[in-house]
Structures are given as structure tokens and as C-alpha cells.
Design a protein around this ligand. Sequence first.
Ligand code: SAH
Ligand code: SF4
Ligand code: F3S
Length: 437
Amino acid sequence: MNYYIETYGCQMNFADSEIVASIMNDNDYKLTKDIKNADVIFVNTCSIRDNAEQRVRNRFKEFYSLKKKRPSLIVGMLGCMAERLKDQLLEEERILDLIVGPDAYKDIPLLIENVRKGVKGINVILSSNETYSEIQPVRIDSNGITAFISIMRGCQNFCSYCVVPYTRGKERSRSADTIITEAKRLFENGYREVTLLGQNVNSYNFTSDKESISFALLLSDVAAINPLLRVRFATSHPKDMSDELLHTIADHPNICRSIHLPVQSGNNRILGLMNRKYTREWYMNRIEAIHRIIPDCSVSTDIIAGFPGETETEHNDTLSLMEWARFEFAYMFKYSERPNTAAAKKYTDDIPEEIKIRRLEEIIKLQNKLSYESNIKDINKTHEVLIEGVSKRSKSHLFGRNSQNKVIIFPAGEHKPGEYVNVFVNRCTPATLIADK
Ligand code: SAH
Ligand code: SF4
Ligand code: F3S
């Protein structure tokens, strides 16, 4: 039996699909890249914004014709949307045979057996301790050089706009031993970069009878595996970004000089309504600490435009904070009301669509300028690049990233993916650094 898996959403969801693949392979199913050969189709879904769910809904329409041609085809929805909508989906998406939430993936083989007997399968039970710690993920679409490692699951920060605490359940940390073993195994298999993943990695804490391991400790243990293994991590929550962690990064050259620190808004009233638990001043203090302790560190962020009640002045506070912080990169979104979140219950989604769009455009325009200016500063310098693969635009060029997470394109010469190479960047676009020789 062959299965096909399609993934939407964040990096954690991509890591989860690799866990599902491992569970399936252990049960004698085979991964196929060709949907037409699949006996089982999984869609691992995201609920973070309404448009994320709409994309999946549209994709399901395409599956109708496949299922019509082959009624034995099993279609399953996994992930956050499955968790959020639960059995309501059985009514809304008639072709669905399986609905499995993020903590129930070990149950999939059994649920498939039941589907074959004619019983639709649903398991959306959230767990307070499942971390899939002992499962060795099967790498899907891997470049063989960079990989993600989930180090924790869930989130209980309850930012008022966010669906994740409801779809992913309580925060829990995976055992440090299994994380380090997985990273070692990746290195032995030729991988040269691991990204440690969690919704708020700074609050990682694994406690056993023997010890209590903080994120800073975990990070230095992973960095100690080999100097040739780069270590990245995401996402950091500003409220938990400690100087101790910044010193750990500074002490290890192979921990990348790149921190993703979502700010969401530059205005204190809005940050309060968002339940982010920090102020503009606290955030600025953390950015100053980053630059003081790790002078060559890049900072990226996430921003939401048009939160309920956001005034023009409050929006301008976000723009001025961006100017001040000079982010290297940002993910930028319009506020999307998510059913049952605190924001949906307490506030009216009252910023008209055209104003949300205009504010988002202003944010994007400013960020493009900041990214370009930051890239221009990197010209006429030598950068150490970990080569990830062949450039999409030219077969004679390779691409990789520097420690600051910027993409660099350069002539291939004799080099191969997985190697470190020093390249002299002589020009750039707003998105890429380029070395012509
Ligand atoms: N755990 C991470 C973010 C996870 S979600 C953190 O706390 O920073 C990724 C990003 O999606 C968020 O940072 C936020 O900018 C955005 N986002 C989350 N919910 C949203 C919503 N309802 N509308 C618009 N953007 C949202
Ligand atoms: Fe959502 Fe906030 Fe948790 Fe991030 S920290 S996943 S934004 S609730
Ligand atoms: Fe989406 Fe769930 Fe990730 S809502 S962003 S897939 S945790």
C-alpha cells in the first residue's frame, strides 16, 4: 500500500509529516511522490489564518475526482485543522475517511484498518506528554544537508489571536537524549545543519530524575556534537529571551547568528490586548542585548497588521519599531480572526479589509527597504556559506546560507552541497546576496 502526504503550515508541521512517514513505513506502507499511485492520501493542515484553511478546502475539491475514479482511495486530514474542526469535518468534507490530530499520529495504522472495515476514523485527543521522542523521522523532500528537529510540542502562551494552544495542546519538552541522538545521527549521515523547533523554544525544559535541562544547555550540547554542524532554532518568544541564552550562542561559532524574534506589534496597548506579556521597551531592550552580546547577529520577526481596534497611531508605532530594529527579514500578516480564541470572544474584528491591506502594504514596503539596505551592507565582504544545492536559476551556480540565514548564490566551481565555502559577495537583490566569481 502506498501513501502520499502533502503538508501545509509551519516547519513543525513539516517535521510532523516526517513522523507520520516513519509510523507508516514501520507499518509496511510505502511513501509515494505521485498522488496517482497513492492508496492513502494525507493532508497535514494548518489553521493559523483563515486563508490557510481555505487553501486546504480548495485542495480537497480536487481530491473528489480522484476518489470518484477510485472509491477505495483513503483520504485523511491531519494536523491543526483536523484538531480544530474535529467531527464537524465529517459533514463538511464528505470524502474524508480519517481525521487525526497532532498528538494521535501513532493511532493512524489502526484507524486505516478500521476504514478498510468501513468505519471512518477519528482521533483528535490531545496529550499532555506525547513528544514522539523515540520515533526516527523519515526525511521527506530532504536536501540531505539541512533538517528540522522538533524539541517540544504545544504552546500555552495563549496570545489572544492565536489558535495554536487549542490545536496543539499543552507545552511539553522532548527528552534531551533523544534530541541529541537524532542530531548525531543526522550529522553521521552527512547533514550539516539542524534547526531545533518549537513554538517557544526559549521555555524548553526537560526534567528527569537526574537533571533539568534548559534550552541554553540543550543548545550547547547539540553544538558540541561537531563544529561542522550548524545549529539554528525557532521560534523565540521575546518574553523568555535571556542573556544566558545569548551568551551560549556567542560562545559557540556553529550556533547561527540569526534569531527569529516575533514582535507582532510595536504598540504597548496592542501588545497588551494580544496578551504577548512584554512591552515595546522590553522588546527593544532584548534587541539591544542581542547586538551587544552577539554583534554579528541578524534578527527577523513576525508582524500582524490590523489587530482589532488598532488605530493609525498604533500602526505607526509598528512601523517606527521596524525602522528602529532594522529587521533583516519579516513574515507579515493581516489579522485573521480565529473562532474561539480570546480575541474572537472579546474584541470585534473591526478594522475594514481595505485598511488592513493598506497597513500590511506599508509594513511590507518598509521591510523590503530594510532587507535591501541590510543586503547592501553585506556587499564587498566574504561570507562563509554552507552549500545546500544547485541554484534554481542556473545549473552552474550553487546556493547556500551564511550564518545570518541569508541566501547566497555563487559559481559552482568544484564545490558540492554539504561543504563550507568562503565566497566574496559583490552584489545583491532585495532578497539574495550574489557572488559573481
Ligand atoms: N510561536 C510563534 C509563532 C507561531 S504562528 C510565536 O509566538 O512567535 C506564526 C505567526 O503567525 C505568528 O507569529 C503571528 O505573527 C502569525 N499569526 C498567528 N495567529 C494569527 C492570526 N490570527 N492572524 C494573523 N496572523 C497570525
Ligand atoms: Fe501562538 Fe503565541 Fe503560542 Fe506563538 S506563543 S504559538 S503566537 S499562542
Ligand atoms: Fe499552522 Fe498548526 Fe503550525 S496552526 S502554523 S500548522 S502549529
